[in-house]
Design a binder for this molecule. Structure first.
Ligand code: PAF
Length: 282
């Protein structure tokens, strides 16, 4: 595995792979790697000839300066972890390399960007689209791999690829969980022990919600999950929505057609955690 910090050096190296017609898989990350990321790299390695991983903490997707400042940066251990995988090219550029001039592009994702994460993190998805499109332009992958944990991000990226007509297949990968059910996230490292102990309640309640489908109405399940989690005092639900998996429009009744997903954001102290579960397929 070789580290590249400039666009030119990475592109020169990849030019040869492209010219051989090799299939290039790309895993963009913000670092603080965990098993969830490694499983994306593994899936990329099983579907592609070459795997490129980027680590770049993208400032344009943070709507909260403290969140950006506190985001875990663990480059050395990330590199050690990646060295055990199928990653051949590792790209870790500085902010000025990715944005030599400020990126002023404005994307329009309609309803996809105004609900859930979009409602609570204004500008977040525009920043995600800016950086992912920029990284796609640099790497020119055939396939790109994203975790289903960031369910809304996946919908946004798929829509961005459609809007920009990019010849890139977006491959959704399963959520990887800790033994106690907590969805793996770089932010888990920031949880104080008392918050870490109760964080698995998030997934427990998502599973309860799945069990309760058809026994309770959509609204009853929403209320149940919010009340159960908030009752712990240490956790505070920011939203729990039950949405259609493609349009991300709120679901009112189980009889509606389509796949319904329960998406949640919870504060564990100052740390914000998200998770989701497929509830029902009609
Ligand atoms: O999911 C992430 O880690 C980031 O949002 C991404 C896709 C790497 C863009 O910065």
């Amino acid at each position: 595995m070789k580290l590249y910090t400039t666009i030119t050096s990475l592109q020169n190296a990849l030019k040869e792979e492209h010219s051989k017609g090799l299939k290039i898989g790309f895993v963009p990350t913000m670092g603080a790697l965990h098993q969830g990321h490694l499983s994306l790299v593994e899936t990329a390695g099983s579907m592609c000839d070459i795997v490129v991983v980027s680590i770049f903490v993208n400032p344009t997707q943070f709507n909260d300066k403290n969140d950006l400042a506190n985001y875990p940066r663990t480059l050395e251990s990330d590199m050690n972890l990646l060295a055990t995988t199928r990653c051949e090219y590792f790209f870790s550029p500085a902010v000025e390399e990715v944005y030599p001039v400020p990126d002023t592009r404005k994307f329009d994702f309609g309803n996809l960007e105004t609900v859930m994460e979009g409602a609570f993190r204004p500008g977040h998805f525009n920043g995600v689209a800016q950086v992912v499109s920029r990284l796609f332009e640099i790497v020119l992958p055939d396939m790109a791999f994203f975790g289903r944990k960031d369910f809304q991000q996946m919908a946004i990226i798929k829509d961005m690829v459609r809007q920009l007509n990019l010849p890139i297949e977006i491959v959704p990968c399963d959520i990887i969980r800790e033994k106690d059910g907590l969805a793996m996230s770089s932010r888990n490292k920031l949880l104080l022990p008392e918050y870490r102990n109760c964080a698995p309640l998030i997934y427990q309640n998502l599973r309860d919600a799945k069990y309760l489908v058809n026994l309770k109405t959509v609204q009853e399940i929403k209320d149940y999950v919010v009340n159960q989690i908030n009752a712990t005092q240490l956790l505070r639900v920011e939203y729990f929505e039950i949405v259609d998996d493609t349009t991300l429009m709120s679901v009112e009744s189980w009889s509606e057609t389509g796949t319904k997903v329960g998406c949640i954001a919870v504060y564990a102290g100052k740390i914000r955690l998200i998770d989701n579960i497929i509830l029902d397929i009609n």
